[in-house]
Design a protein around this ligand. Structure first.
Ligand code: JB2
Length: 216
């Protein structure tokens, strides 16, 4: 597997999210040399072989494949593995669909995936290993923490602050200037009209959570 081509990259994960990531990487002129997966059954996804589990990643790096992308939908796992591979010395590029609209004043971290139809408006910030999924809309002055996932069709109004490892579910909306705490989940189709604390799952319109779930 020896390589010294800067476009070569290994993908961590071989499930549904990895499929979308592989196509986006190819659109961004990367050459995906293989995937790692917990399930090492011999197989290919979109023509990419599963080359083993994550234990082989250091060897992959030593063989000259210097870039990696963590393509796992689970926020905590993606963040932890992303940080680990960064510490190993992998380069962790962000991949941005040419069919997205990204403000030139926005800031995008490393290892981020921005899918087709996504919009990120002026002065917004997206943390490391976040996913801005298909048709998600992030208005001006938003801050999205490391490892968070703004799912397909979700809408963040201006000035929204999203903590780390937050899931904003499919088609959910967050009204202006609200904060959603670390590790919270806003369920698909829900509408946040007030702040949501860390670690809770909030659902419905308006989004409600059990107060005994909240920190403190
Ligand atoms: O620690 C791990 C690990 N844990 C599970 N390391 C590696 N390399 N792979 C791991 N996996 C593998 O992730 C599983 O064996 C499985 O092959 C894959 C997860 O696939 P799945 O299709 O279930 O989920 P996903 O994370 O690819 O996608 C989810 O999140 C996306 C954002 C789905 O909910 C998608 O529908 C969604 N679009």
């Amino acid at each position: 597997m020896k390589s010294n081509k800067p476009s070569d990259i290994v993908v961590v994960g071989a499930g549904g999210h990895a499929k979308v990531v592989i196509e986006l990487l190819r659109d961004n002129d990367f050459n995906v040399i293989g995937c790692t997966d917990r399930d090492t059954t011999s197989r290919k996804i979109l023509g990419v072989p599963v080359i083993g589990n994550d234990d082989i990643l250091l060897q992959v790096l030593r063989e000259g494949i210097k870039s990696a992308f963590v393509a796992l939908g689970e926020n905590k796992l993606r963040s932890t593995l992303g940080q680990k591979l960064w510490n190993y010395g992998f380069m962790m590029p962000s991949i941005i669909s040419r069919n997205s609209v990204i403000s030139s004043s926005s800031k995008i971290g490393q290892g981020v995936a921005i899918m087709a139809g996504a919009i990120i408006n002026a002065d917004s910030e997206v943390g490391d290993f976040a996913i801005i999924n298909t048709n998600a809309s992030v208005d001006h002055d938003c801050i999205i923490g490391d490892g968070s996932h703004i799912a397909p069709g979700a809408t963040l109004a201006g000035g929204v602050r999203i903590g780390s490892r937050v899931l904003v579910g499919i088609g959910a909306s967050v009204l202006p200037d609200l904060e959603i705490g670390d590790d919270a989940i806003l369920g698909g189709g829900s509408v946040a009209i007030a702040a949501i604390p860390s670690n809770v799952t909030a659902v419905g319109h308006p989004a409600k959570f059990r107060s005994d779930q909240a920190n403190g």
